[in-house]
Design a protein around this ligand. Sequence first.
Ligand code: VGL
Ligand code: ZN
Length: 202
Amino acid sequence: MRPTTEALIVIDVQNDFCPGGALAVADGDAIIPRINALMDDYAVKVLTQDWHPANHASFAANHPGAAPFSITRMPYGEQVLWPAHCVQGTTGALFHPALRTDPADLILRKGFRPTIDSYSAFFENDRTTPTGLEGYLRSRGVNRLTLVGLATDFCVAYSAVDAARLGFDVVVLEGACRAIGLNGSLEDAKATMLDAGIVMEP
Ligand code: VGL
Ligand code: ZN
């Protein structure tokens, strides 16, 4: 068992990001057995859940004429327009049934405000509106994070970079993540994570 200063952060292992889902990540479900086993090693375990209202501004369907995976400009910067996914109350938003959820100390929902997306578990996409996760971890005395989940190049990377910026020591277990892969997004995300001082392990 790892010390109580370390937390496992499991990002968005939800039906819509797994094969058959609305924004399926190739092999997204393949990481689940390893994540389930990792939970036994950590005293502090947090699961995040992408949790959008149906009218969410990140959905292409809410921008007439816009194609999924196109890019638009929001007040807070560029935003990829996604197929509708992880809509509150739908099966797609549920955790994958194979993921162990009982051991989780905290389930953190994000992306619930209609006009702003939230890739990161720490800040919404304006990079300033906090989700509250930093306070939760600090008040529990956590200073080191291991990140796993979906997707490597979006929610995992954004969460890892924000965590490093906040002063946490961050390790990303690449083998326990899978990527969406959109115009070099994985390569970009890896470079950004390495620049931020994040340790990438297999
Ligand atoms: C994610 C795109 C949109 C993710 C969430 O979990 O990486 N990607 N919403
Ligand atoms: Zn989303």
